[in-house]
Design a protein around this ligand. Structure first.
Ligand code: ADP
Ligand code: MG
Length: 273
């Protein structure tokens, strides 16, 4: 089955954000973010809780309006509802209906996306290992099962861009490995994946890493680029260096590049490595 396509597909850049800024009252949740995501890559958005990952994702999807800046997805300025068919979104808090069964949820999302080819629901249920829970009410499922269903809903229409907000939280290690296998397969067939996490333990599964802190992109590159730039093989340590923090998490001014304090060589511009 072909993936859902959208205007602009085939262009190298799937997500392009410039100067995106979002304030909630006095809090600047996303602060002047520039980001480019090339097609067919798995890009990890990594940062501690509260660093602005979810807000950035919602801006990119057009679910929130930016105060400043702009974003394009698949060549379309967001918000643009015509992108619905081309984008799959797994929110951090599951956007599924507790009072419907697993199968009914999938059918609902399938209809929303304009219908599905025969057998597609069975396919995604197998993938997330929920085939035997098809008739269960979602309200009766465990948190991990709900995450799996939420992923199934995001994958259902074979979107060309998949945006996953902390998809593996509460998912057991074996299924986590299965998920990543599938993400890799999807990327190999041209799907672009933006995946957030507040832990770094899955970072090396991504093609590119975007480190976020306090609403800003503090580094962007491949894992090896970021390690080299920070002068450490440990990504946690690299994150702290880009954040200008010492190993104890306290400010140390950060490495200096040409007289300006900040990350050693990471990019905030989201350029392709
Ligand atoms: P992350 O996903 O990295 O944990 P978020 O994007 O959820 O970070 O949040 C970034 C900051 O913005 C946090 O301080 C959070 O409390 C705040 N925030 C997020 N959404 C809202 C909102 N709707 N209203 C007020 N503050 C918000
Ligand atoms: Mg979040």
């Amino acid at each position: 089955m072909d993936r859902a396509s959208a205007p602009g597909e085939g262009s190298r850049t799937v997500v392009a954000a410039a100067g995106l800024t979002k304030r909630f009252g006095n809090l600047v949740a996303v602060d002047g973010v520039d980001l480019t995501v090339p097609a067919g890559r798995i890009v990890g958005l990594l940062g501690p809780n509260g660093s602005g990952k979810t807000t950035l994702i919602r801006l990119l999807l057009g679910l929130l309006r930016a105060d400043v800046g702009r974003a394009e997805v698949l060549g379309r300025r967001v918000p643009d509802w015509s992108l619905l068919a081309a984008v799959g979104y797994m929110p951090q808090s599951d956007g599924i209906y507790l009072e419907l069964t697993v199968g009914e949820n999938l059918r609902f999302f399938g209809d929303l996306y304009g219908g599905l080819p025969k057998g597609r629901i069975d396919e995604v249920l197998d993938l997330v290992e929920l085939a035997d829970r098809r008739k269960s009410l979602v309200g009766d499922l465990s948190g991990g099962m709900r995450r799996r269903l939420s992923l199934a809903c995001a994958l259902l229409h074979r979107p060309s861009l998949l945006v996953l907000d902390e998809p593996t939280v509460g998912v057991d290690p074996a299924l986590r490995a299965t998920f990543w296998h599938h993400f890799r397969d999807l990327a190999a067939t041209g799907t672009t994946i933006l995946v957030s996490s507040h832990v770094l333990d899955e970072a090396d599964r991504c093609d590119e890493l975007v480190f976020m802190r306090a609403g800003r992109v503090i580094a962007h590159g491949t894992g090896s680029e970021l390690r080299a730039a920070a002068g450490t093989s440990d990504l946690e340590a690299a994150f702290l260096r880009f954040a200008g923090l010492g190993a104890d998490g306290r400010p140390e001014g950060g490495p200096t590049v040409e007289g300006s304090p900040g990350p050693p060589a990471g990019r905030g511009d989201g350029g392709r490595p």
